[in-house]
Ligand binder design. Sequence first.
Ligand code: UDP
Length: 503
Amino acid sequence: MAMEQNEQTAMLHVVFIPYAMTSHITPLVHIARLFALHGLKVTIIAPQHNALLFQSSVDRDRLFSGSNISVRTIQFPSEEVGLPEGIENFIGSPSMEIVGKVHYGFILLQKIMEQLIREINPNCIVSDMFFPWTVDLAEELQIPRFSFQPATFIHQCARVFIREFTPYKNVASDSERFLIPGLPLDIKMKISEIEDFHKEETEYTKTVDDVSQAEVRSHGIIHNTCSDLEPGFAQLYEKARGVKGWHIGPLALFIDKYEAEISSKQISNSNNSCSDPWKGYGDCFNWLEDQQPNSVLFVCFGSMIRFSDDQLKEMAVGLKAANCPTIWVFREQHKNEVDEKDRCDWSRNGSKEMIGEKMFIIQGWAPQLLILKHRAIGGFLTHCGWNSILESLAVGVPLITWPLFSDNFYTDKLLETLGLAIGIGGDVWNPGFILSSPPLSGEKIELAVKRLMNNSEESRKIRENAKLMAKKLKSATEEGGSSHSQLIGLIEEIKCCAFKKSS
Ligand code: UDP
C-alpha cells in the first residue's frame, strides 16, 4: 500500500551547510527551520561554536513545534589553521588574517563534511554558495543541490552583463556613468563602483568562477529576496544564468510570524536572531524610549566593515552637525589591521566625547533587529548589506545608503531607483571590509542625514515608500503571497525530486 504523503514527506531528509558569516548563517538557518516546520527532516552541519549561534532556536523548534530538525557538529581544525579555539566565523571583529584562516579551516573540513553527508544519505543538499564542492557530491549521490545566495538577483544579473558586454569600456572618464545593459531598470554606474574582478584577474576571481560554475550545475538557487523588491529580476536571472532562482524572502518575516505565534503561547522570548551573542548595548532601549517616534537615526555597517580612524572622525563631525538623535554602532580597529602610522585612538577614546543627549554609542554588537523595530527609529544609515536592507524595509524604516564593498553598489542603485533611500554619495568600491577608499567628508554625511531626517517633501515621499514596501513584503510572506508560494513550490520541488528517484 502506498505510504501516506505526510509520512513520505517526514522521511525526506535535507542537509544544510552554512558558511562563516552572520549574513549567510542567519538566513540559511531560517530556511532550515522553515523546511522543518513544513514537515521535512532537517540536519544542519556546522562547527560546534558556530552551532551555538542557532542551537537554542533549533531546540525550541523541536520542543514547541515538533520540528524534526537537528544540528550535527564537527570539530573546527583550529590548531591546523593557527586560530584559538572558538573562532569559526567572521562575526564580531575579524581581521583579514582571521578571515583567511577561517576560510582555510572550512576548506580543510570538506572531507569530513563529505563523509558525514554520505553517512546521512540525504534526499537534498542546501549549501551556502561558498561550498561549490557540494554540487559534485550531490551529483554523485544523485540528489538535488540548491545553492543559497543571501543577496539579490540584481547583482548577479548585473555581473553577468558587465562581464559579457564590458559597458565600462565605453566611458571616457571615471566620473562618467555607464548603463548596465539588459536590466529591467535603468541602472547606471561609475567604473569606481564596480568590483575589480571585472577589470582584472584578482585573488577573488577563481572563487567567483567556482561559485558561479557550481551554481549553473545546481538544481536551483535560493535567494533571500522578494519580487516586490526586484520586479522582473527572477525571470531575467533564470534566462541569464540558465538555472532556476527561488525567491523566498524576507526570510526573517516568516520566522518573525512563527516566533510571534509561539510567544503568544508564552513559550518563547526569542528576538528572531541566531547571532546575538554579545550584549554590549547597555541601556539603549531605555534611551530609545525617551525619543520621539521616527526621530532617531540608526547607524550600523553590518558585521564586518572596518573604517579608518580618519573616516570615523569625519563621521563624527557629520553626525554631530546633523544634530539628530542617533544610535551609532561601530567596532574598534585591532592593532594588526591597520598601519601603525594611520592609527590614532579615536575609535577607542575620541568616540567617548560623542556620547551625549543626542548620541547613543554602541561599541560592539547591536541588537539590530530589535532596534529597527522600535517606533523611535526614523532612518537607517547603512552600507547596503542585503540583510540590513531587508530588516529595515520589513519594518518600513527608510534608508541612507553608503555602499562600500561586495555587492553594495548594485543594492544602492536598486533602492535609489525604487525611491526607498537617499544616497550619501560614496562612489568607491573597496576590495575588502577593511576599507581603503578615501574618507567621505563630514559635510556629505551631514547633508544626507538632514535630507532624510527632516520633514521635506522628499523625505516624506521616501518614508511613505518604505512603509508601503513593508506592507508588500509582509503580504509576500503570507499565504498566497509571492515569497510564500515560492517557499511552498520549493518544498514541493524537493519532494518531487525525491519521489521521482525512489519510484
Ligand atoms: N548585525 C547585528 N548587529 C550588529 C551588526 C550586524 O545584529 O551590530 C546583523 C544585522 O542585523 C544583519 C547582519 O548582522 O542581519 C549583517 O548582514 P548584512 O548583510 O547587512 O551585512 P554584512 O555583515 O554581510 O556586510
